[in-house]
Design a protein around this ligand. Structure first.
Ligand code: FE
Ligand code: FE
Ligand code: MG
Length: 166
């Protein structure tokens, strides 16, 4: 726990409890996002399979990295990241969309909607911390940037798929 780190938050007029709650929820989202991509990457069948599998594996790694970055921030603020899938599901904002369908369009839609949800989460976290907690703010913006890239990557594949169909 970083004592000065906590003082800075308190001097910034941020409610530390509320900030930690938002970070725990974002952590839960990232753990589930990681699993959703990691499991989902085994499913795609059909044309574009290789491209989508590669992209999903890459995104899985990036979601795991987000989880690690948020866990680090939670710990700096004197708390411990919540533990275990049941807690993740309870706290998560974006939930877990079970990858059950090997259809590429279905997988794309699921993950695009999860990315959009994640973008909302980080926009909100950035709004909450702007001018009050520079470190969490920077982190939120950095992750928001990567979720934006994820949405774009998946939309690109979906657009290519639509070209093939027509
Ligand atoms: Fe993420
Ligand atoms: Fe993402
Ligand atoms: Mg990508």
């Amino acid at each position: 726990m970083g004592q000065k780190a906590i003082e800075i938050i308190e001097e910034g007029n941020l409610n530390k409890k509320e900030l930690l709650e938002k970070l725990q929820r974002a952590y839960a989202d990232e753990c589930l996002a990681y699993i959703q991509y990691w499991e989902g990457a085994r499913l795609p069948v059909g044309i574009m399979r290789t491209k989508l599998v590669e992209e999903m594996q890459e995104h899985a790694n990036e979601e795991l990295e987000h989880a690690n970055l948020i866990a680090k921030r939670i710990m700096e603020l004197g708390a411990t990241p919540i533990v275990g899938p049941q807690e993740w599901l309870k706290k998560s904002t974006c939930g877990y969309l079970e990858p059950m369908d090997s259809n590429i369009m279905v997988l794309l839609e699921q993950n695009i909607s999860s990315e959009r949800c994640a973008m909302e989460v980080y926009r909100e976290l950035a709004d909450f911390t702007r001018g009050k907690d520079d470190i969490t703010y920077k982190l939120a913006v950095k992750i928001l940037e990567e979720e934006t890239e994820h949405e774009q990557d998946l939309e690109d594949i979906r657009n290519d798929m639509e070209k093939i169909d027509s």
